[in-house]
Write a protein that binds this ligand. Sequence first.
Ligand code: CP
Ligand code: NVA
Length: 312
Amino acid sequence: MYTSLRKRFHRRNFLSLGDVSGEEIMAMIDFARELKDARSRGETYTFCVGKTLAMIFQKPSTRTRVSFEVAMYQLGGHALYLNAADLQLGRGETIADTARALSRYVDGIMIRTFNQQDVEILASEATVPVINGLTDREHPCQILADLMTIFEHKKRLEGLKLAWVGDGNNVCHSLLLACPSVGMDINVASPPGYEPRPDIVAAAHAAAKKSEVKVTADPVSAVHGADVVVTDTWASMGQEGEHQERVKVFYDYQINSALVNHAKPDFIFLHCLPAHRGEEVVDEIIDGPASRVWDEAENRLHTQKAILALLL
Ligand code: CP
Ligand code: NVA
């Protein structure tokens, strides 16, 4: 099943959506949907029997940790949770040496850390596939689940308009790298000084053949006519000390009824979670009829099963 796709991805890394074509993203979503349907029919696909995934966490996690662990279990394999502070990594062993040692035991490594460069070093020294489970720069696994959720509810991706309102952070970056390649327009509204990285915006423009990429400071113009409205925390992991200041800066970037009135009447709302209710989004929206955040959280499981089945 999905043999040619599995050949194409076999032993590749999954570090950035900038490395995955639009056609590959669509194929991964299709595979994830089949895995989801199979699960609901009570069928199992045991692509990872006898395989082990090491999961290194340098930051907290609920969804990523649990969905990867359950994904490996459902595919017949095993996942190891490794808190970076408990590894020799926490006492100064290098990322490269950690990669070399782990590669002798496991079949894949998932890492959540700060610097994208550490993930790249890990991948270059490991002899097994490496998956980016979030860095300060990107969150590619999240965006695969987001696009699957949009596809389920809108029956297509091409031609849709997505509005990101808030911090130009890791999740925003991965959306910028993925939306243009699947033919979606993306509008980003961030306060001055909190925009996405210029190199990522440039990559998004370069990938946009039939779609539009817009970065603005005006949330209303970003949301105007949007099919999908997305936000995330105003202070990401590692920015806790900036929280008070950011709450003031981002005040006008809250997702509330007044703002989403500018979106299409059938828009959907996404948030990678965890949400900070009353800050980036109000209860009325996240608990309201447009919200698809729980489908989005569930789809982390199905898309990651697709990633694991393809890479491992
Ligand atoms: N969305 C997401 O990655 O959630 P966790 O931080 O709980 O893993
Ligand atoms: N931008 C958030 C995402 C959490 C899943 C962070 O990095 O903390």
